[in-house]
Ligand binder design. Structure first.
Ligand SMILES: Cc1cc2nc3c(=O)[nH]c(=O)nc-3n(C[C@H](O)[C@H](O)[C@H](O)COP(=O)(O)OP(=O)(O)OC[C@H]3O[C@@H](n4cnc5c(N)ncnc54)[C@H](O)[C@@H]3O)c2cc1C
Length: 483
């Protein structure tokens, strides 16, 4: 898909924290500092929220001339969002104007979220970067093309790729180098199919190893655990679907111009002295009397009986889902080849909660969310957090740490932020690409996507991936075009 996941994702625009970009630098990647990262974030951005731009601290934090529109979602629940933000503020997670502009401190920060959306229309990296460049003589976009192999000669030099289109196999040759940007799942798959990966694993799939590198190792992701609240407000939706459709067609506003996730984010920590958040929370609101099917569809990764339990008060109460994400997990997983057939999906072993510190963090992160119940807004709507019928957890007292631990173990799934499967670092024993994103031991082959990030970022991963793309592009230009 042109634009990759930026064309289907939830559009939240979160840069992350200076701490992680400086960590990348300290791990032996000297170009990757918070100063450079912020330069490239600004280079990409074009903040279009005029009200926010009136605030000098926010205006100066963002870029304004870049191709990527950053704005504020339209929202039908802005009053409720403000009430929930006030509740976070009440428990010490300070409400600020903008997360990307604020310096993280204390127990945490929360704010209305920024998004890549303009005038009620989704933006993407395709719209920002490619759609405006299609006339360039040095760009040829081939759609519905499936790359099956990177061509690497006996001297370890990459010189092209093989791909399939309309059932036919074709080859393109590189004038200068091959750049792989298939994302944190398919980049390691393609590298391994091409002979770049752990030697023993490649041999087990009858693939000749051209560079023995830890491709697919070190996978990290942000997990997702839903914490369900019920309350008396807001009341039933009064949306008239026909009117909403007309409104959208008329001026791109209304219900159809927003995402299904409310436009706010909370970032928080157990420890006040940390300079980065340990947890993130999103909010999803299903007003009472709205279709239970909508809530069920959203929760469909869970078993039916669990969804029954989660939605059991929804008919007469508004359901709030406060999601909990551990931002810096200790556990890491792996991606392997299922076979040497490029059409076989790779095996993903995420290993969520493999390290007990992540289990403890999940329990603590959930328990901080439950403190929202004791705030004026949630009290005023008679909010409660129901016990969810997860059978293995029924033996534990509710609420107790044992219950939340069991709940975490059974309810964790992905929030789609996989990283680090072609990790950047100086040492080929534990990394795949160097500071300049060039694959160790293979000439003329670079990886520029989410898979190179050496640590998780404090938030959603699209903005950091775009920053990686911006910096990677300058590295390429620097190598070939700057005298
Ligand atoms: C459902 C969902 C919601 C998300 N919500 C958010 C959000 O709100 N905010 C946020 O910041 N992040 C979000 N993310 C994460 C974010 O979108 C990703 O971190 C980011 O897009 C990663 O970019 P990438 O370029 O590394 O990979 P991708 O975006 O995955 O792009 C890889 C591209 O390569 C193509 N490709 C793969 N293999 C081949 C092949 N063999 N041949 C040809 N093409 C190939 C794919 O089709 C795809 O177009 C979300 C992700 C998902 C899936």
């Amino acid at each position: 898909m042109l634009g990759g996941c930026s064309s289907i994702n939830a559009m939240f625009y979160v840069r992350g924290n200076d701490y992680e970009f400086d960590t990348w630098g300290k791990q032996g990647n000297p170009s990757w500092t918070s100063e450079n990262a912020n330069y490239y974030f600004r280079k990409a951005e074009n903040l279009q929220d005029m009200k926010l731009n009136e605030d000098p601290s926010v205006c100066s934090a963002y870029g304004h001339d870049g191709p990527l529109v950053v704005n504020t979602f339209n929202s039908s629940y802005s009053e409720t969002v403000q009430n929930v933000l006030d509740s976070w503020n009440h428990i010490g997670v300070k409400k600020v104007l903008d997360i990307n502009a604020a310096k993280y401190q204390g127990r945490g920060l929360c704010a209305v979220a920024r998004a890549i959306a303009a005038n009620g229309v989704r933006q993407s990296t395709y719209k920002a970067y490619l759609s405006t460049a299609t006339d360039r003589s040095n760009l040829k976009i081939v759609t519905n093309a499936f790359v099956t192999k990177i061509l690497i000669d006996d001297n370890g030099q990459a010189y092209g790729v093989e791909f399939e289109k309309n059932g036919k196999q074709e080859t393109v040759y590189a004038g200068k180098e091959v750049i792989v940007s298939c994302g944190a799942v398919n980049t390691p798959q393609l590298l391994m199919l091409s002979g770049v990966g752990p030697k023993n694993h490649l041999l087990s799939k009858n693939i000749f190893c051209k560079a023995d590198l830890p491709v697919g190792k070190n996978l990290i992701d942000h997990s997702y655990i839903p914490v369900i609240f019920y309350g008396d407000k807001p009341g039933p939706d009064k949306f008239d679907r026909t009117y909403e459709a007309m409104k959208y067609l008329y001026d791109k506003t209304g219900l159809l111009a927003q995402g299904n996730i409310a436009n706010m984010g909370a970032f928080y920590s157990r420890n006040e002295s940390l300079s980065y958040p340990e947890f993130q929370s999103h909010l999803i609101i299903f007003p009472q009397k709205s279709s239970v099917d909508a809530a069920r569809a959203y929760l469909n990764v869970f078993k039916d009986s669990v969804v029954d339990s989660m939605t059991r008060y929804h008919e007469n109460k508004t359901m709030y889902i406060c999601t909990m994400h551990v931002l810096h997990p200790e556990s890491s997983g792996s991606i392997y080849l299922r076979s040497s057939d490029p059409h076989d999906h790779p095996i993903i072993e995420p290993n969520y909660l493999g390290d007990y510190r992540d289990v403890r963090a999940s329990v603590d992160g959930i328990k901080i969310i439950t403190k929202l119940l004791d705030t004026p807004y949630f009290k005023s709507i008679n909010a409660f957090i129901p016990r969810i019928n997860v059978p293995p957890c029924s033996k534990y007292e509710y609420p107790s740490d044992q219950y939340w631990e069991c709940y975490s173990r059974h309810m964790t799934h992905t929030v789609f932020h996989p990283l680090r499967t072609a990790k950047m670092g100086p040492n080929p024993r534990d990394s795949v690409v160097n500071n300049y994103l060039q694959v160790h031991g293979i000439d003329f082959l670079r990886v520029i996507d989410a898979s190179i990030m050496p640590t998780q970022t404090s938030g959603n991963t699209m903005a950091p991936t775009i920053m990686v793309g911006e910096m990677g592009a300058d590295m390429v230009k620097n190598d070939y075009f700057v005298q």
